[in-house]
Ligand binder design. Sequence first.
Ligand SMILES: [Zn+2]
Length: 649
Amino acid sequence: MLIIRNVRCLTFAVGLKARPDAKGERRLSQNCSSVQMTVHFAGGSVASGAPTVTYRFSENIMRFLLNVLLVTASLIAMPLVKSAQLLAAQQPAAQEPAAQEPAAQSPAAQPRAAQQPTTESQVVDKIVTREQEEMRLIRQFSPLVETYVQNFRENKHLGAVPDGDKYLLGRADFSRGVEVVSLNDTQSKNKNFLGSMGNFFAFGKQYVPAGFLQMVFIDSDGFNQGNYKFTYVRREFLGEVRCLVFDLTPLPKTGKGRFVGRIWVEDQDYSIVRFNGSFGPASLTSYYFSFDSWRVNTGKKQWLPAFIYSQQGDFQDAQTKSMAFKPFKAQTRLWGYAPGGVGEEQELTKLLVETPVKDQAEKADDYSPLLAERSWARQAEDNVMDSMERLGLMAPYGDVDKVLETVVNNLEVTNDLDIQPEVRCRVLMTSTLESFTIGHTIVLSRGLIDVLPDEASLAAIIAHEFGHVLLGHHMDTQFGFFNHLRFDEKETFSHFGFGSTHEEEQAANRKGAELLSKSPYKDQTGTARLFLQALKDRSKDIPNLISPHLGDRVPTNWAIASESSAQPSAEKPAANVIAALPLGGRVKIEPWSGRLQMLKSKPVSAVAEYEKIPFEITPFVLFLTRQGDSSSTEVVGAASAKSDANTRP
Ligand SMILES: [Zn+2]
């Protein structure tokens, strides 16, 4: 919701592509209909200077909204209801694994038990039916899909180390089978890197995005009892979700490409939540990768593909040596399932629950040229952020942004700075290590936040970006015009570009070092230096991970020590210090809305040398939960299964 000073306006995007009809035109003309409405702005404050203010709702308001939503659910379209479920799920109560309650106390458990299948073949029937429904559900969506592949080679001291990589980002189209529209492979600015990869790139052509995406389905045209033998293994918990585990074996003469491996089926609706294995059988001409595919619950009976780890080959394995390609590991992430972005739905919700009230007209006047200039720049920033959030490339504002803004605040306070408009932080969803600044908005990629070893190294990266802000480095204010935000999704990376010049980078390094030297982080810059050194050492093995798509690469040549040299103790780090974390070490993606959360498990501090896996790909082990469903059935299920095998893999 924008506030153009005191007149609150409802903004609708109007464009030939989005709404070609005359209706849209009418809406535009009603755009600033000066409808007077009141809101209790518990979360945001009406900043007097800024013409456009984005309000963030407090939790109470969210709860209130949710209630209204539930009451009016029948009037609202499906996606909105899904969003309501999501909101419900975000209440803290849903997060508690309540396994300590006594079993069989809850009446709610009784009716459910009556419908439960009693024989193994009834269970298998349920699983097959449910998976057919699940496939129909998945086919309605087109999430973003990102695959990052690392080849590896043997290192005598460290075990497997990265040896070349490949990065794929695209929009999945499940309605037409398994297809991906690539967003990053059409770029001329990446040419240098592809060229320098030489040998690897020739093999890299085998890694088609659709190949990895195939692993979201177990068997898209024959998942049934006629093609597979199901063998019950045991019960097992994945996080707080109790599962039945089955081994699947294709029956003889059922054709190629059938799944061989293990499936985990949650025991309320019999949805498959994880499958681990391969398509087979392999032959000399066709080779299938092993994979571990996870689905995440995003609402009632809605388990969507979210994370896939795949791997093939090992340098000690004789068979690998005869393969046509180097051994590799790959992570695939899917997110952005919510159609059109969750944020927009909340805006509309807000519109529906607001009631008309009085105007606040005391401060009414046009802006001075300077204020107008500032507010125009802010508008351009907001437009870029909104546009990228809608594409699923920018995370909705949330917890991780607040963590970054705390660091910004620490730098501001200790350097005695008061920046207007305030400096904000956002997170780019990609795994590539990059950062940039647009106006007063600092953007770090999720991948970069993931691998940073500690807060001080995060502060160093932010201090560099803050340097860009303070030096007033160029930003494209054309994005203040809304027509500049209309482009084909495939063109995203060529349409937007926020990279800095070499001179700007050097200046930002100097300014950043100055900020750090007066900050609370001034005695801890040792880890930041270690991080930059580690990244520099590895950079030739992970060229695609460090290639930015929108911003700047991490400034590995930045000598932070030269400016803040008052900390001799930080020069010699302890032997067990980790210079950088593996990919996915910190931030968790919620696949429906694209929201980000800091992982609760703290990074392990002391590890063996071979366990230090900076910038490397590791398997996923998820703590599965059910969204919006902390009901007693779950409690009973969890408690009664206490004696079962609940070991995690
Ligand atoms: Zn920079």
